[in-house]
Design a protein around this ligand. Structure first.
Ligand code: DX5
Ligand code: ZN
Length: 224
């Protein structure tokens, strides 16, 4: 299972240093949480394409960068994130009207396409698009901020996606990745690995005031 740090709890004045540190610790995937002050329930604003592009430039082409769009107008603005250099755009199924068209648009620009769903959205909303998707992201918190509690009841949805993806791969289809986001810490990282997750997003479990990035990552990898 890969670990993709989310930078939401970082000191934004120190992002360059943080990127260097994460890369030197062997991280090869960064997860960027874009919120527009409208879509998430707590109306948070995080950052947009300019910061995404700076991080992309800082990391260089070797590191995989995704952006998790928690915005109202992904169907109008997706290209800004592609132009900012992300490898994968993940959009909320609840926030778009024509998911198939957005997947096609992203992939035709050479960008991978992922769909994310909120804790109360059933897998059936996303399964019709599975054969085209590069990634499915299951939220294990209500999106809006870092540091919330993990929702273990997401297990059945994750197992449903895992078996659908395995069936697809076994019949020669796309190797869609399965990602989880929210509340993952050293004490539950082995649990979600056991559910068959390919990539776990971890924010406050890596970037917090209690320990260094190095120590937190060591604790997480040894728990896995
Ligand atoms: C929640 C974001 C997550 C979150 C992860 O809206 O999508 O990526 O910041 O942070 P932790 O690991 O602290 O839950
Ligand atoms: Zn996220």
């Amino acid at each position: 299972m890969q670990i993709a740090p989310s930078i939401l709890t970082a000191d934004f004045c120190e992002l360059g240093k943080l990127m260097d540190e994460l890369v030197s610790e062997g991280i090869d995937w960064i997860h960027l949480d874009v919120m527009d002050g409208n879509w998430v329930v707590n109306k948070t604003i995080t950052f947009g394409p300019a910061l995404v592009n700076s991080i992309r430039q800082k990391l260089g082409p070797e590191i995989f960068v995704d952006c998790h769009l928690m915005i109202n107008n992904a169907e109008e603005t997706w290209e800004q994130y592609v132009d900012a250099g992300v490898d994968l755009v993940i959009f909320h199924i609840e926030a778009v009207s024509d998911a198939r068209n957005l997947i096609d648009n992203l992939q035709s620009k050479g960008c991978q396409a992922g769909i994310v769903l909120n804790p109360d959205t059933p897998a059936s909303e996303v399964l019709p698009f599975l054969s085209k998707l590069d990634l499915i992201l299951v939220m294990s918190v209500v999106p809006g901020k870092g540091g919330q509690s993990f929702m273990p009841e997401m297990k059945s949805k994750i197992l449903e996606f895992r078996s659908a993806i395995d069936n697809q791969i076994n019949s020669g289809g796309k190797s869609t990745k399965l990602m989880i986001d929210g509340g993952i810490k050293h004490h539950n990282v082995a649990l979600v690995k056991g559910w068959g997750i390919d990539v776990a997003v971890i924010g406050s479990g890596i970037i917090n005031d209690n320990g260094t990035v190095e120590d937190n990552l060591k604790e997480i990898t040894s728990a896995m």
